[in-house]
Write a protein that binds this ligand. Structure first.
Ligand SMILES: *Cc1c(COP(=O)(O)O)cnc(C)c1O
Length: 223
């Protein structure tokens, strides 16, 4: 089982262009399996629940060069814990959360890398900015100087055709470009966190710089 995980990691890695960072989504994955992935060379792991992540991070303290990425919906009462335990937060999904993280980051003395989560199509099951809200909030986001805003994150709604998914990813890249051209001093837009097990090839075609893969590396998760 564990050798098959390193095989899967190597297979996926072999097809990635060097510009794409592979982030292993280790939610619901036990720490012995995370160690196997680490041994296979993975240094970026993503979690979507703070409590689960902190417990596993404690068991993995000896692997001190792991970069931890938070990818779940972040409640404001967990924001401090997220800042204390993750180098990246991909799922900053509204202005209030961004401002809260910015304040706390200053208090704690950290400057996390963050992505702004955007919804290109309406999706009642996902949080995130819609495009016009995000554009309107940029001046305020630009004042969040303790956050290192790196780019956009998106998750297409379920049930789209490949073409529709491609459209979502392409639109996300164009939006990042549009924001980049506005030259905000405190908003970087060089990263696109998009692509999961089912759609990462499309995401890479559309310019993803970070793909977040769970199932294809670790197998199906339990419920
Ligand atoms: C679970 C999850 C992933 C990984 O999904 P897979 O389909 O298992 O690759 C990626 N991104 C987010 C935000 C997730 O919650």
């Amino acid at each position: 089982m564990s050798s098959s995980i390193s095989e899967r990691i190597n297979t996926v890695r072999a097809e990635l262009p060097p510009s794409v960072r592979l982030i292993a989504v280790s939610k619901q994955v036990p720490t012995d399996v995370i160690r196997t992935a680490y041994t296979a060379g993975i240094r970026d792991f993503a979690e979507n629940r703070i409590q689960e992540a902190i417990a596993k991070q404690a068991e993995l303290q000896d692997l001190s060069d792991i970069n931890w990425h938070f990818i779940g919906h972040l409640q404001s009462n967990k924001a401090k814990k997220a800042l204390e335990n993750f180098q990246w937060i991909h799922s900053v999904d509204n202005l209030k959360l961004a401002q809260r993280l910015n304040e706390l980051a200053q208090q704690i003395g950290v400057s996390p890398y963050v992505c702004l989560q955007v919804k290109i199509l309406p999706d009642p099951n996902k949080s995130g900015w819609n495009v016009s809200q995000l554009l309107a909030d940029l001046p305020t986001l630009n004042q969040c100087k303790n956050l290192q805003i790196q780019g956009l994150m998106t998750i297409p709604p379920l049930g789209l055709t490949q073409q529709e998914i491609m459209l979502v990813f392409n639109r996300t890249r164009e939006l990042a470009q549009e924001i980049r051209e506005q030259n905000w001093p405190h908003i970087q837009m060089q990263h696109l966190s998009m692509g999961m097990s089912g759609d990462y090839r499309l995401a890479i075609q559309a310019g993803a710089t970070m793909i977040r893969l769970g199932t294809i590396l670790f197998g199906e998760r339990g419920v």
